[in-house]
Design a protein. Structure first.
Length: 411
């Protein structure tokens, strides 16, 4: 028997004697999937359906209305609002691209923490206020370690992060949106939870880390990408905040130097895109490039260096953060030297087995400081007269011993 099908197309309105009215969302041979108005999606043989009537156009209270620019006459021009001047606009989505391991998560976390602590960082002046950070790649303990370094670098502590809310999702399904059968992106239950919490907390900034974990669609399908970015923009507009989405660049994006990822829709759908890259010649150096700025200037660069768990400016000028990091290194150097001398051991200024910076860098109480950082602290303390060198042993075999000036005075 030959089955004759009605000439339907996806999107057509249809009627069913049991389920009522609906519209076709998928077709396969003589079977169609229908999204019924009152009964959800059903898979139906086409011959049991009849053509439906398109719903009449009805008045919509939320429909857009035309604006007459002449009405603006005499009104003040609103200033552009930024979360970070010329980098992260308010009420928009900004993409921060970066190769794996380059530090884009650390940079985003540092900017967010600075905003929550109401302090400047890297001379970008993030807006003071509440922040949300959704991290799909790291566990809570990793965030604790990173935020300990970031707060210390700014002379702060965990108690100064009361305006910071963190969602560590490394051990969970972090998908925020998935495509349905027709390929349209639909929010997940986690999305509803995050949006509801954000709506109650009202952050100035939401950071989403990373797109690979949060976006459940096909990154090369423009429609799905645009829908996902549209979902994020709705949140930015509804809460009056900035949204920063972290993303890995594609192989082509890395090779071309643009840092773009997947479909061009990622770049085309946002108003701002940043790219963090590493300096091949200097492992601790990073360059933050402005790749797209609809409201600013593209091509700008910010040079950064990794120092003791945080980024600092690499512009050749002294900065408050550099001073804080140097003070921290000097404090740790003094504390370790006191502990070493109290134990009866000795360390020296000259390089060798007992070279002070090398010995100290291997100790757990060095708090992650490198030999190079401890070396800089040692020379700074020597120049300030806070360290002195004692000579021990017989004249034929004198040995150095590094001590604090206060230790000599107390003897």
């Amino acid at each position: 028997m030959t089955i004759t099908t009605v000439n339907f197309s996806v999107g057509d309105p249809v009627e069913h004697t049991k389920y009522g009215s609906g519209s076709i969302v998928e077709m396969e041979d003589d079977k169609v999937t229908v999204a019924f108005d009152k009964h959800g999606q059903k898979r139906i043989i086409a011959r049991y359906l009849t053509a439906g009537r398109a719903p009449p156009m009805a008045a919509n209270d939320n429909a857009p209305s035309a604006v007459n620019p002449a009405d603006w006459h005499g009104q003040p021009i609103p200033a552009r609002q930024w979360y970070a001047e010329d980098l992260i606009p308010m009420r928009q989505v900004t993409i921060l691209n970066g190769d794996g391991g380059v530090g884009k998560s650390l940079l985003a976390l540092q900017i967010a923490a600075a905003g929550a602590m109401e302090v400047d960082t890297l001379d970008i002046g993030p807006a003071a206020g509440r922040v949300f950070y959704v991290g799909a790649e790291d566990e809570e303990d990793e965030f604790k370690r990173r935020l300990a370094d970031i707060t210390a670098a700014h002379g702060k502590g965990f108690s100064d992060l009361s305006h910071f809310r963190l969602f560590p999702l490394a051990d969970q399904d972090a998908t925020l949106a998935l495509p349905d059968r027709s390929g349209n992106m639909q929010p997940t239950a986690l999305w509803a939870t995050i949006v509801a919490a954000a709506g109650e907390f009202r952050p100035r900034l939401i950071v989403l880390d990373t797109a690979a974990d949060l976006f459940g669609g096909d990154e090369i399908k423009r429609g799905q990408v645009r829908q996902f970015i549209g979902m994020l923009r709705q949140v930015a507009l509804g809460i009056d905040c900035a949204v920063v989405l972290l993303a890995h660049p594609s192989v082509a994006g890395m090779q071309s130097g643009t840092g773009s990822s997947g479909s061009t829709a990622w770049n085309n759908s946002v108003r701002s895109r940043l790219y963090l890259t590493a300096d091949k010649d200097e492992p601790d150096r990073r360059i933050l490039k402005v790749m797209k700025a609809n409201y600013g200037t593209t091509g700008n660069e910010i040079k950064l260096r990794w120092r003791a768990g945080a980024f600092v400016l690499d512009d050749g000028k002294p900065s408050p953060v550099n001073a804080l990091l140097a003070a921290r290194a000097e404090r740790i150097f003094r504390d370790i030297l006191t502990a070493i001398n109290a134990s009866g051991e000795r360390v020296a200024k000259t390089k060798g087995v007992n070279y002070a910076p090398r010995v100290m860098a291997e100790r757990p109480d060095a708090e992650g400081l490198t030999q190079k950082q401890l070396e800089a602290a040692m020379f700074a303390l020597l120049a300030a007269g806070e360290l002195r060198i004692e000579m021990e042993g017989p004249p034929s075999k004198l040995r150095q011993r590094l001590v604090l000036a206060t230790e000599q005075e107390n003897e």
